[in-house]
Design a protein. Structure first.
Length: 132
């Protein structure tokens, strides 16, 4: 099954799989698709660790990395707090998420720890954080 995207990316099948799970990325790439690793919230040292693992498990097949590298965004150059980022999430999204978690009895203990990802995301939006 050849297509222009297969030729462009050097893959066998026109399958692109975006995942934060390195195992999924490696499996898709090894199978002839294009695994794409979601790395937006990763600290540079952790990103290096994950990419090294993927390199060691794709048998030389191509894969991608999904990063947010905005050329321009509101507030660029300004100090943005973690609270400002978290407060930018619309209340409707928060309510929807809370409803799903409650409906399916999903344990929410430890979700506060996810704020650490928001802190790293905040750093990645700064010139200093993007440069590391």
């Amino acid at each position: 099954m050849k297509s222009k995207i297969c030729e462009m990316l050097g893959i066998e099948f026109p399958l692109l799989a975006f995942s934060h799970c390195r195992d999924v990325v490696a499996a898709v790439s090894k199978a002839g698709g294009m695994g794409v690793f979601g790395a937006v919230n990763l600290h540079p040292e952790r990103l290096k660790e994950e990419l090294t693992w993927i390199d060691d498990h794709v048998d030389g097949m191509p894969y991608g990395i999904d990063l947010i590298v905005p050329n321009k965004f509101e507030g660029k150059g300004e100090e943005v707090s973690t609270e400002q980022i978290l407060n930018a999430i619309p209340q409707g999204h928060r309510d929807f998420t809370k409803g799903i978690l409650n409906d399916y009895d999903i344990d929410t203990d430890g979700l506060e720890d996810l704020k650490e990802g928001a802190k790293q995301f905040r750093m990645n939006l700064s010139d200093e954080g993007a440069a590391t």
